[in-house]
Write a protein that binds this ligand. Sequence first.
Ligand code: PEP
Length: 263
Amino acid sequence: LVSRENHPDRSVVRVGGVPIGPGTMTLIAGPCAVETPEQTLQAARMAQAAGATLLRGGAFKPRTSPYAFQGLGEKGLRILADVRAETGMPIVTEVVDAHDVELVASYADMLQVGTRNMQNFALLQAVGGVGKPVMLKRGMNATIEEWLMAAEYVAQRGNLDIVLCERGIRTFEKATRNTLDISAVPVAQRLSHLPVIVDPSHSGGRRDLVLPLTRAAIAVGADGVIIDVHPNPESALCDGPQALVDDDVRELAQTVRDLPPIV
Ligand code: PEP
C-alpha cells in the first residue's frame, strides 16, 4: 500500500489544510514537551513568526529514564488545543500507548509515532484506524525496509495519510546523539509514495547542528523538517540542548525559504 510500485506519483498529505509532499518544504516547529501554557504559546509564536505552519509539542513523552519528565498528558493536549485556537497552527503530537489513541486524536491534527514505538504494532494499527494523519518516525535501530513495513501496518487500517520522518539511527558515532541517515530520504522516496521529512533536532541532539542538518535535508529533497524551539532552553524539561531560540529559528526559516525544495 505504501510502495511506489502501484502508486508512481508521490503523495501529498494534508494536516489541517497544510500540505506535506513533493514541492513543499513544510516547517514544523514547537517545544519538545508541553510544559506550561505560557511556554507553549511563546514557542508557537516564535515558530509562527519565523514561518512554521504546523506546531509540534509532546504531551505524552517517551523518556529513556522513568525518572525524567513524562509529559503533562491530557492537560498538555488541552494546552496545545488552546494554543491552536490562539495561533491557528494545526497540532502534531505524539501518542505512546494504543489505549490513548482516541484521546490524543480528539485533540491532535496529526498523530506522531516516535522512534521507540516504530514497531509497536498494536499502536500502529490503532493510529491507522482513527482517521487522522500520522507521522511515523524511523526506529533508531530500524532498516528502511522495516520502517516501510511499519507504515504498511498503518495503511492496512485504511489510512494512507502517513508522513515518514527520518530522525537519526544508532551507529558507533558518539559525537551526536544519533546519526542522521540523510540517504534514507531519497531511498524512502524512491521506494514509497509517502512524503519524507527530517528531524534535525532529535538526530543531532545539539542546537549547533540543527541548521546544517536542515540544509542537508533540503538539499537531498526532504518534504519538510520538524524542529524543537523553546523560549528558554536552559530551563526546558526535555531536550533543552537541541532547542532553537529566537534568532536561530529565524535563520533556519530563512534558509528554508532561500533553498527551494527539490521536486
Ligand atoms: C519527539 O519528537 O518528541 C521525540 C521524542 O522524537 P523521537 O521519537 O524521534 O526520539
